[in-house]
Design a protein around this ligand. Structure first.
Ligand SMILES: [Cu+2]
Length: 137
């Protein structure tokens, strides 16, 4: 994504990190990642596509219930965190069940920025890099 390297106008500058998918147990799967915006203009994540599913949605979690949303804000100088227990990417009716160690390709689409391709490594079902609790379940 090094195109337009000489631009200095107000544009979002996105960087994706920490992407993963917990190994799915059903025909639905979730994806998590962080999108950092180091630019000086806000952007929005508007959709996600993947060969794994023809129906990839973006969900937020409110009161322990998830619901589909149209987009997520990525504030200028801020970040969008998709993490367990919060907002996430949801793959409905997946065509096959990836196993730990596999990689799932996705493409993130934005309101302003060019689409970004990301590989989600498939991790253990309970994998949670951001959780610092002594007890798992
Ligand atoms: Cu969901």
């Amino acid at each position: 994504m090094a195109l337009g390297g000489c631009s200095s106008g107000s544009e979002p500058e996105l960087k994706v990190s920490g992407a993963f998918m917990p190994q799915p147990a059903t025909d639905m799967a979730a994806g998590f990642l962080t999108i950092e915006n180091t630019g000086d203009s806000a952007d929005r994540l508007t959709s996600v596509t993947s060969p794994l599913s023809d129906d990839v949605q973006i969900h937020e979690t409110k009161d322990q219930k998830m619901r589909q949303v149209k987009s997520f804000d990525i504030p200028a100088g801020g970040e969008l965190n998709l993490e367990r227990g919060g907002s996430h990417i949801m793959f409905m009716a997946i065509k096959e069940k990836p196993a730990q160690g596999d990689k799932v390709s996705i493409e993130l689409r934005f309101e302003k920025s060019d689409p970004v391709k990301v590989e989600l490594p498939v991790e253990a079902p309970n994998h949670n890099p951001k959780k610092h609790q002594a007890l798992g379940d």
